[in-house]
Design a protein around this ligand. Structure first.
Ligand SMILES: NC(=O)c1ccc[n+]([C@@H]2O[C@H](COP(=O)([O-])OP(=O)(O)OC[C@H]3O[C@@H](n4cnc5c(N)ncnc54)[C@H](OP(=O)(O)O)[C@@H]3O)[C@@H](O)[C@H]2O)c1
Length: 275
């Protein structure tokens, strides 16, 4: 498994996205993912499945230090005391002493970012999180976070797939030595996998369209992808992408699919995106 080094953290380049994976299905998927080689799991306080993620990890029998666990603090909990309580609640649910990465899930303009960053840094210093970072931060917000956070930020988790140009925030992450973690890396399979720009390299390399798109992610500097699947057989498929390489022309053709209306996750609490 390829790892991305980001300001002192070493993060597996593919992780399991766990949004919607709950109950017995969630436990089984996490346990199966570990059995099939995943060493990185992404959850969030908001997903309501941290207990399942923790149980799946325990059932896997994997030593704690061999798995990278990310969770997130919801945007309504960014005042310092709330952030601390959220981090503590995550650890209780997961059954862990510390997470590997704690992210601010979305920015909240009603709470001074410097206060949030100070609280996030304290959580790291106190050992509740080994690393800290942000999610859904634009270049402007990332600049402000970097300027105010007393501890290093290792990742910005953002929506990224071939339909969405994220070159500005990707450049900002690289400049800051941070990883960019792609969420919705498969565009939730909204037709992307049927495109000829994806199908042609799939035929050429003897890989599935999903594997081509995931390879496109991890072949970019500092990019990590966290695909979700509810099908155990696809767990293996989505991690089996490290034995081939896309050509420059194949990479460029897939990148060329970007379009103005490519974003999926846009809410009334979203920041003003980079254009
Ligand atoms: N930070 C944030 O604000 C944020 C927002 C959204 C998501 N996320 C994180 O990112 C993770 C991934 O994003 P996502 O779940 O929204 O979207 P995604 O990973 O792009 O797409 C998941 C969908 O793709 C299908 N799929 C998975 N592997 C496939 C393959 N090899 N071939 C064809 N289809 C495949 C799955 O169906 P099956 O289940 O049938 O396989 C599922 O419907 C989430 O689970 C969550 O952890 C974070």
């Amino acid at each position: 498994m390829l790892h991305v080094n980001a300001n002192g953290a070493s993060i597996p380049a593919i992780g399991l996205g766990s949004f919607t994976l709950k109950g017995e299905e969630g436990v089984t998927l996490v346990r199966e993912a570990v059995a099939r080689g995943y060493r990185h799991i992404d959850t969030a306080r908001m997903y309501g499945n941290e207990a399942e993620v923790g149980e799946g990890l325990r059932q896997s029998g994997l030593p704690r230090d061999e798995i990278f666990v990310t969770t997130k603090v919801w945007w309504t909990d960014l005042a310092p005391d709330d952030l601390r309580r959220s981090a503590e609640a995550s650890l209780r649910e997961l059954g862990l002493d510390a997470v590997d990465l704690l992210l601010v899930h979305w920015p909240n303009p009603a709470i001074p970012l410097a206060d949030t960053m100070a609280a996030l840094a304290r959580v790291r210093r106190d050992g509740l999180a080994r690393n800290i970072g942000v999610s859904n931060f634009t270049t402007r917000l990332l600049d402000e976070a970097l300027a105010t956070c007393p501890e290093p930020l290792v990742a910005n988790q953002v929506e990224y797939h071939p339909y969405l140009d994220q070159s500005k925030i990707h450049a900002a992450c690289r400049k800051a030595g941070m990883a960019m973690v792609s969420y919705c890396p498969l565009h939730r399979d909204g037709g992307l996998l049927g495109r000829e720009e994806v199908q042609a390299p799939a035929r050429n390399h003897g890989k599935s369209p999903g594997q081509i798109v995931l390879r496109w992610h991890v072949q970019q500097e500092g990019v990590i992808a966290i695909p979700r699947t509810s099908r155990p057989e696809r767990l293996s498929e989505n991690i089996d992408i490290f034995d081939f390489e896309l050509s420059e022309a194949e990479m460029a053709a897939i990148t060329g699919l970007a379009r103005k209306d490519g974003r999926i996750c846009d809410y009334d609490f979203s920041p003003e995106w980079d254009d």
